[in-house]
Design a protein around this ligand. Structure first.
Ligand code: HEC
Length: 169
C-alpha cells in the first residue's frame, strides 16, 4: 500500500518536471537570431585585414606603401563584365602562384617587386575575394585623384590618414 503511494508521488513529480522541461524548450526565446544579426559581418573582411592588409592596407601613405591598396587591385581584377566566379578564380590563381605571366598589374610589379608567395588557405582566399567583389573597399585619400581622370565614383570614404600626395607612380 505504502509503495503504491510512493510510485504515485514519483510519477506526479516526474510528470511536472517533464512538463516544465518541454515548456522551456518550446517557449525559449530565439537567441540564435539575435546573434546572427550581430555577427553579420562577412568573414572575408576579417581574413583580408589579417592576411593582406600588412601590405595592401588603405592607410599607409603613398610614399611608404609596400603594395597597391586593395581597391587598386580590385579595379584591375573586376571589370564591368567580370563575374564573381572569374574574379574569385583569378584571385586564387594569383595567390597560389604569383608570376609576371599572369599579372594584371605589371606596373605594380615594377614599383614594388612581385608579391611574395605565401601558403594561404584556399577557402580563405575564396572568402576574401567574395568579400572584395561584393563590397566597397576602403580607399586611401590619395587614391581617387591618383586613379580617376575626372570620373567620380562616389565612394567618399577617405579617412584623412593618407598624406594626400598625388605623385604618380
Ligand atoms: C608581403 C606583402 C604582401 C602581402 C601580405 C599580400 N600581398 Fe598581394 N601584392 C603585393 C605586392 C607587392 C603586389 C604588387 C606587385 C604584384 O602585382 O606582384 C601585390 C599584388 C597583388 C595582386 C595583383 C597581382 C597582379 O599583378 O595581377 C593581387 C590579386 C593580390 N596582391 C592579392 C593579395 C591577397 C588576396 C592577399 C592576402 C591573402 C595579399 N595579396 C597579400 C604584396 C603583398
Amino acid at each position: 500500500m505504502k509503495s503504491t503511494v510512493k510510485i504515485l508521488v514519483i510519477s506526479i513529480i516526474t510528470l511536472i518536471l517533464a512538463t516544465l522541461f518541454f515548456s522551456f524548450i518550446i517557449l525559449k526565446p530565439n537567441y540564435e537570431n539575435i546573434t546572427l544579426v550581430e555577427n553579420n559581418e562577412h568573414p572575408g573582411k576579417k581574413l583580408m585585414e589579417t592576411n593582406c592588409y600588412v601590405c595592401h592596407n588603405p592607410v599607409t601613405s603613398h610614399d611608404n606603401r609596400l603594395a597597391p591598396p586593395m581597391i587598386a587591385v580590385k579595379k584591375h581584377y573586376k571589370k564591368e563584365n567580370t563575374t564573381k566566379k572569374e574574379f574569385i578564380d583569378n584571385f586564387k590563381k594569383w595567390v597560389k602562384a604569383p608570376s609576371e605571366e599572369i599579372s594584371k598589374m605589371p606596373g605594380a610589379i615594377r614599383n614594388f617587386g612581385i608579391m611574395p608567395y605565401a601558403p594561404y588557405v584556399e577557402k580563405d582566399i575564396e572568402q576574401i575575394a567574395d568579400y572584395i567583389y561584393d563590397n566597397d573597399i576602403e580607399q586611401p585619400e590619395w587614391f581617387e585623384e591618383h586613379y580617376q581622370k575626372g570620373k567620380k565614383n562616389g565612394m567618399g570614404k577617405g579617412k584623412g590618414m593618407g598624406k594626400g600626395k598625388n605623385k604618380n607612380e
